[in-house]
Design a protein around this ligand. Structure first.
Ligand SMILES: [Zn+2]
Length: 328
């Protein structure tokens, strides 16, 4: 994950406090200032169906302005083909066993080994990283109240990045991937010192994060079944984001005069296109899925950033993916 705008120190302190992350001493003196409210709104608002349509309309419109609809549709049709080739040969149960491998397997390495491995390829960044760490900006420890989801926020006033991840002692391959991802964002910030995060910058920052994940997975000495697991995870996420993105685009075309049953139908269609796995699709299941996804803000602009970035990085590393997922 990445930040959607540049944050001031004040914003960051308020935000960290709000989501339950310990504020580093070096930032504590800013605690009493009041923050702008809107930075919380995006991540914590739960949207009801009515303003969901409006929100969705704005988001899809701004995406289309940036990428244009033909380009988006073209990317999505490629992804649909990949999804069909990739997933149709797997039984759902087999696939989930393979996918869960990197979430379960422990490499017998310490966090410092992970960090060394990641920082090795980007020597100029190492110094900056240890500066960030000294300031308490690298928060990797698991504690009560801390969100599981990792993120990195660029604090423009300090030209530094705050990284949050929640690791227990038992480190998995997945943890290594997450660390490489967030450090990829920090490395992007360090390289470009972005003045503001517009759509192209956000997509580029995500690309850096994914490229950094793949760089590590290529480099590290581990069983090929683990590398396959990484690739399948990457692809399945791409397919899921694409299903959501395609749903948003379809909804935008028909909104205003659409019945709820039609919304559900569109939702099912998108899932069947991009995640063609045999799963139980009873109507009550689908409705719950849809409502859950709306309440958890799954239909937001992040689908767009992730699809654009993941697709590009997949193209850049096609031979690597093809090596582990032969039916891609
Ligand atoms: Zn990210």
């Amino acid at each position: 994950m990445t930040s959607i705008k540049n944050y001031t120190i004040n914003d960051v302190v308020q935000y960290l406090n709000f989501i339950g992350i310990k504020v580093p001493v070096s930032l504590k003196k800013y605690l009493h200032n009041t923050a702008k409210k809107e930075i919380y709104v995006r991540s914590h608002m739960s949207i009801n169906l009515q303003n969901f349509y409006c929100h969705n309309f704005q988001v899809t419109n701004s995406m289309i302005r940036y990428a244009n609809i033909d380009y988006l549709e073209n990317i999505l049709s490629w992804i649909k083909k990949y999804a069909k080739n990739c997933l149709q040969s797997y039984k759902y149960s087999n696939l989930s066993v393979k996918i869960n491998l990197i979430k379960k397997v422990n490499l017998d390495l310490k966090l410092t080994d992970y960090l060394d491995m990641i920082l090795q390829g980007i020597p100029n960044f190492r110094k900056k990283f240890y500066k960030m760490k000294k300031k308490g900006f690298i928060d990797l420890e698991k504690y009560y109240g801390k969100p599981n989801e990792g993120f990195s926020i660029y604090i423009s006033e300090l030209d530094s990045t705050f990284i949050s991840l929640s690791f227990s002692d038992d480190l998995t391959v997945d943890n290594l991937v997450d660390l490489a991802h967030e450090l990829g964002h920090a490395f992007y910030n360090e390289s470009f010192k972005p003045q503001y995060f517009n759509l192209p910058n956000i997509v580029k920052s995500e690309q850096y994060a994914y490229e950094n994940e793949i760089r590590i997975i290529k480099k590290i000495d581990m069983k090929s079944s683990l590398k396959e697991s990484y690739c399948l995870n990457y692809l399945l996420q791409l397919f899921l984001y694409s299903a959501y993105l395609s749903f948003m685009l379809k909804l935008m075309r028909v909104q205003n005069d659409i019945e709820y049953v039609e919304v559900v139908k569109l939702f099912v269609e998108c899932f069947e296109d991009y995640v063609p796995l045999k799963r139980k699709l009873s109507s009550s299941n689908i409705e719950n899925d849809l409502i859950d996804s709306i309440e958890n803000n799954k239909f937001d602009e992040f689908n767009f950033y992730y699809v654009m970035a993941r697709f590009q990085v997949l193209q850049n590393n096609y031979a690597f993916f093809k090596k582990y997922v032969s039916n891609l």
